[in-house]
Write a protein that binds this ligand. Sequence first.
Ligand code: FEO
Length: 397
Amino acid sequence: MSKILTRQLTDNLYLLRVDDEKTHYFESLWEIPEGITYNAYLLKTREGDVLFDGWKSTFTNELLDTLSTLTSPSDLKYMVVHHMEPDHTGSIRTLTRFYSKAKILVHPVGKKMLEKFYGIPSKRIEIVKNDQTVKLGGKHLRFLYASWIHWPETIFTLIEEDNLLLTCDAFGGYGLPDCVTDLECIPDSYMYSAEKYMVTVVGHYRRNLLTGISKVEQLEYKLNGILPGHGLLWLKNPQTIIDAYKIWANGEPVGNRATIVQVTMYGLTDNLVLSLESRLRSSGYRIRRFVLNDEGRPNLSDILAIANRTKLLVLATGTYEAKVHPLMQFIIEEIKEKIPPTGKNVIIVTSYGWGSVAGREIKSVLEKSGWNIINVIESDLTRGTLPSIQLPLANSG
Ligand code: FEO
């Protein structure tokens, strides 16, 4: 049984949250042992009700049951689609049939997606413009384009009378927090889960995210709350998650954080990596080491989340079919796409295999993306002594 939670947030706004513990790989990619929530919201007004977003298709029946306790087909006037990714719209086709009078409000790009993804008839869809306001039952719903957070059609809604901003993916997080809002608490592990979510899901669009954040900060209203589509709701101090998202999106390095990612088939890089780890530790670094070998592998989502704010990144890999090992290739590709290089340094450790290929390839790929490579060290079975390397100073914090 999925855990479903409804919570009255204001006189007329409700949270409808489902806890997804079935999804182990978000986007079929990112390991999420902590789970994820899908947060929809229902606004009730004297002139009709508005549903903001929905749940993944797996939970369509549960969403219908939950909604039926709060509204009816004659009362639901609008369904607002902030973002078309199916974790929020997977139930929309069924909802559209059941709530046969409700119009869908969406970004112009989203209209085409609704038609193509779900076969929603055009007459059921109304496009909203940036900064357009829809008035309903004494409420003003102001729509703000937030393109590419996370897809091109993303919008936010500001409920002006309450100064509440509904943001879908932005300011969300992984996890199934026991505390529903920050009025109750911010669970210890939550900020890490939220950073991991930001890096893995929205990290590629960090520039758009920062643009969206500055748009939010320029609103003429002081926000009373941020209501995202995943994770904790921010009703006590929404600035906390805004500030955190800014730091994460900028990938601001933690001064003494070093992250070692090692992919090894036969341990040929072990000696060098251990020597380097010891030297880094004695230079004041706090180290997270991730080893992917024939015994197991850590979560890729954790590697990305920790590397996002690392000051020093050590990438150690063997050579495979005359190239960089495929797992390391994937990690480098994702680091390149999702993590800003500013203020970060890289040391590459490789083992000799079919020529000195791996180090050269990694250096070339990362340098083109603006990463500062401070050394490439090649190992063989007999070599465990580090060459002299000028390490960047570790700062506290
Ligand atoms: Fe939560 Fe981009 O979907």
